[in-house]
Design a protein around this ligand. Structure first.
Ligand code: FMN
Length: 193
C-alpha cells in the first residue's frame, strides 16, 4: 500500500491522449429504488475545479435522478480506447438542482451557460421516459430561445470518488490498481488484473 492517489492524473493523461469523442462519455450505474441495476451513457463535463468531483448533467425527472435520490451510490465506468485504460469510479453523487445555494448555485449556472442551444433544448422538451409526446412539443423546444438561467429541470450531478479501480490494458500482463479514499488522502494497492 502507498498513499499515492494519482488516479486523477492518470484519467487526465488518458483524456489528453484521446482524440475520439467517445472518451468524453462514460457509463454510470445506479441502483433503482426497487433494487435493480440501471446503467446509461453520460457526457463527461469536467472535474469540478479544486475537487476530484466528476461533473455531468441530467434532466431532474430522469430515472437516474430518482435512483440517486433513493441511493446516492453510483459507479462510473470509463474506457479510453487509445490509452487502453479502464477506470471504474465509485462514490456518492450530489445532485445540484434549483435548490442549490452559494457556490453550488453559481456552479450550476456556469454549467448551464456552457451548453449549446441544442443541449439546452433537452431541458425544455417533454419529460424523459414518458410516452412519446407529439412532434410539435419537440419542435417548440428546439426552436425557442433557451432561458438565460437554468430551468428547474436542469441538474448537475457530481460524483465524489471514494474508490477508483484502474485497469491498464495496454500490455501483458495487464496491470490493475485500486485507489481508496482514506481520512488523509488515497491509499493505492496493486492487485491482480
Ligand atoms: C453519447 C451519449 C451521451 C449522453 N449524455 C447524457 C448526459 O450527459 N446526460 C444525460 O442525462 N443523458 C445522456 N445521455 C442519455 C442517457 O444515456 C440516457 O438515455 C438518459 O439520460 C435517460 O437515462 P435514465 O432513464 O437512466 O435517467 C447520453 C446518451 C448518449 C448515447
Amino acid at each position: 500500500m502507498t498513499s499515492d492517489g494519482n488516479w486523477l492524473q492518470l484519467v487526465m493523461s488518458a483524456l489528453d491522449r484521446s482524440t475520439r469523442g467517445a472518451a468524453n462519455h462514460f457509463q454510470l450505474a445506479t441502483v433503482t429504488p426497487d433494487g435493480r441495476a440501471a446503467n446509461r451513457t453520460l457526457t463527461f463535463r469536467e472535474f469540478r475545479h479544486l475537487t476530484d468531483d466528476l461533473c455531468t448533467h441530467s434532466h431532474t425527472r430522469a430515472q437516474k435522478v430518482t435512483d440517486l435520490e433513493s441511493n446516492p451510490q453510483a459507479e462510473a465506468c470509463w474506457w479510453f480506447d487509445e490509452a487502453r485504460d479502464q477506470f471504474r469510479i465509485s462514490g456518492s453523487v450530489q445532485i445540484l438542482t434549483d435548490d442549490a445555494t452559494g457556490d453550488d448555485a453559481a456552479y450550476r449556472n456556469e454549467q448551464w451557460a456552457s451548453l449549446d442551444r441544442y443541449e439546452k433544448a433537452l431541458y425544455i422538451s417533454p419529460d424523459p421516459g414518458q410516452p412519446r409526446a407529439d412532434d410539435a412539443s419537440f419542435n417548440e423546444a428546439f426552436s425557442t430561445t433557451p432561458p438565460e438561467d437554468p430551468p428547474d429541470t436542469f441538474a448537475v450531478l457530481l460524483l465524489s470518488p471514494e474508490r477508483v479501480d484502474h485497469l491498464d490494458f495496454s500490455g501483458h500482463p495487464h496491470r490493475r490498481q485500486v485507489f481508496t479514499r482514506t481520512d488523509d488522502g488515497w491509499a493505492t494497492e496493486a492487485v491482480n488484473p
